[in-house]
Design a protein around this ligand. Structure first.
Ligand SMILES: [Fe+2]
Length: 217
């Protein structure tokens, strides 16, 4: 995958985010795009590495796929990276029936586009981390919105003591919790943060690096 192709993939992916910019962030007074940019900006402020910043920016990409246009753009982005159209079509169909598992759908897309495993894992974890935090900190549960409390039930409820221990042994544990905290705080109305353009070169550089790693192994 060369520079031009990486840029095309990022162009398409960011178009999906722009198209979703009018979409409300569930139950909040900001758009999905503003929410994503605020999550990424907190990662930048914390001095996080590029993979973590990109994961914060793209953590809800699985939510940006509700209109036929957005699905087509995701499809085009995937096609650029020579992904099996059948597999992508199958996932798009799955997206159309609801947002259940948007974290898994998002992670899978990012993997297919060529993002690193770390980015995908961090995206995929932002929902299960809620199960950890509600088990560990009862006050965290109290602070959740009604919609979030309800979705927790469908996500399997708070972790058991054993699952909490297992999660804390994960090398990415701290980053996973941080992404969730940035996600939770990314709902400020009219906050000035860097625009999507800021992240374009970072995403292209990341895809190129991944490609170089893949071709040297
Ligand atoms: Fe989010």
């Amino acid at each position: 995958m060369d520079q031009v192709k990486c840029e095309q993939i990022v162009d398409n992916l960011f178009q999906v985010l722009i198209q979703g910019s009018g979409q409300d962030y569930i139950g909040e007074r900001i758009s999905q795009l503003e929410h994503s940019l605020q999550a990424a900006s907190q990662a930048l402020d914390a001095g996080a590495d590029d993979e973590t910043v990109l994961a914060a920016l793209l953590h809800d990409i699985g939510q940006f796929t509700t209109s036929p246009d957005q699905k087509q753009m995701l499809f085009d982005a995937a096609a650029l990276n020579e992904i099996d159209p059948g597999a992508v079509g199958g996932e798009v169909k799955q997206i159309s029936v609801g947002v259940t598992g948007h974290e898994r759908i998002g992670a899978e897309y990012l993997r297919k586009l060529g993002f690193s495993d770390k980015v995908a894992v961090l995206v995929e974890s932002h929902v299960p981390v809620k199960r950890y935090l509600t088990a560990k900190y009862p006050e965290y549960y109290e602070g959740l919105s009604g919609a979030s409390k309800l979705s927790l039930k469908y996500q399997g409820g708070p972790y058991t003591a054993e699952q909490v221990q297992e999660f804390e042994a994960d090398p990415l544990y701290n980053l996973k919790v941080q992404i969730r905290q940035w996600d939770d705080a990314a709902k400020v109305v009219d906050l000035k943060v860097p625009s999507l353009d800021y992240y374009h070169p970072m995403a292209v550089k990341h895809l190129l690096q991944q490609n170089n790693i893949a071709s040297s192994t």
